[in-house]
Design a protein around this ligand. Sequence first.
Ligand code: NAD
Length: 333
Amino acid sequence: MLQGSGALSLVPDEVGRLGAQRVLVIAAPSSAEAALDLAAALAERYAATFGRPVQHSPVEVTAEALALAGEVRADALVAIGGGSAIGLSKALAGRTGMPQVAVPTTYAGSEATPVLGETEGGAKTTRRDPALAPSTIVYDPDLTLSLPRGLTLTSALNALAHAVEALWDTRASAATRAYAVESADGILAALPVVLDHPSDIVARGRLQEAAWLAGACLAQAQMGLHHQLAHALGGTFGLPHAELHALLLAHVMRFNLVAAPDAAARLARLANGDPTLAVASLASMHDGPTTLRALGVARDALREVAERVAADPYPNPRPVTADAVEELLLAAW
Ligand code: NAD
């Protein structure tokens, strides 16, 4: 892992170390300018840029990028952007074995996991394979300065959700729990600073460290009701990933923490009070949709989602019934 202000400039040396001769850059539209700088810095190692990654890695987009990789005889990938750019890089690496350098510009944490979610014909499948994990991660906080306030907030809460679910996973190791505590501490401390002072590079760097720790939690722990709801709702209604996680988290904490006293005590220490209220208060600061209703989900659809979730629940500290999930979803609606 390479980190620090200006770390983007270390990418050319890093791809050299990986033995790459022809780099395919995958760039989110928001990273177009940084991708141009990177292409110039890569010089003769630069092959091409694919600039249209899409959320949840649709296989048609992967096929397009794969064709470009073949045309330019790419032998390595550099992804610069949020979870969508990094997801496309993983999808290509999974099909070709190319090494990847990930340069995240949000706090989603995908770069730290060997997990890939892909969509085909509207259905999302997730797979886990060590070969999908990027070889190197470059955390340059300068690249997060352009994040709109809303995405800064929702993407950091998306990371916090990975850490919170690891804390109530009864099978998580002591190491994973330590990562989760450190991650939640970093997010709860640094996020309010970044919201008040968006150009605070030190606080943004701390959020990136917390995002890595959160990604490691996602990689190592069993995700529970929170991620199941995000997958079920996100997959069924095509909702924006970070906003959905951000609005659900406090509701799932309210439901689960009564059955997870150890997680509740640790989070209360970090939040210096009621952790559910702290997260709800952060989530309410979003300047975009903060309810399922505002995201366009119909009230009538909640029961069917609740029944589907309760029929095949992810491991969760509190038993899940369709009635309880419907009540939770109604509160989030
Ligand atoms: P994203 O990558 O979809 O980006 C959202 C929007 O923000 C895009 O328009 C992007 O161009 C813009 N953006 C990104 N960085 C920016 C910046 N610094 N400044 C301004 N705009 C910026 O959003 P995300 O929340 O990072 O990622 C969501 C995707 O990641 C989903 O597909 C999700 O499934 C996946 N994900 C995967 C894992 C995993 O471990 N597999 C973990 C978390 C998220």
